[in-house]
Design a protein around this ligand. Sequence first.
Ligand SMILES: [Zn+2]
Length: 229
Amino acid sequence: MIRAPRALALVVLLAGCLGPSEPRAGGPPDEGRSPDPDPPEAPPSEELRFAHEHAALAIIVDGQRANLRDPAYDLSRTRDVRAHMHVGEADGGSAVHVEAEFPGGIPNLTLAEVFSLLGMTLEGGRLALNPQAAHGPIERSDGERSTLRVFFRPMLPDGAFGPWTQIEDYPRWVPRHANRILVTFGEAAGEELERQLAEAMQPPIRPFNLGRFASPETQDGPLRPFAEA
Ligand SMILES: [Zn+2]
């Protein structure tokens, strides 16, 4: 039961993303994860337990990175602790906190839900940024030439990062602790896409946010629960 360890390790922090990670719904087919058929994240009977994770998010629209350091994205404005940012922090505008009580202590917010809690939309091929931000309303929809794509990169047990993987069913994908996430709209390919992926690695998530809330289990052992995001 690969999920058991993770369930126990829920008070975990995600340094770049949040949520139970398995890209189950849209996950890339080549991840080598076990073929067990999409087991539930947690049985309904699981008690609610606190979880706190961090993931890093970059949104690039037509080659320009959206400024998520805008106060409109700060918790003081969005006001929902389940998924929020502290834009004044060193990694503000990058680190998304997922913090709440979840069944079994496993964060289960989808990427679409995270966006919604930050005042944005990421559904049905449509991306809309928080219109309250200084950048104003920005909306894009998947088209023939310009596409909306989402990539993630997990942190491995040794602290290095695994490969970038495109997520097909990104609205229902659940980010995990320490994931790096790139949401990109446009026609980026080749070198430009490489540039955007590199851009999405910055800024690094503060060690503080990577370790502060780790459970004793994850502190003592490898970051197993995060690795297979
Ligand atoms: Zn946090």
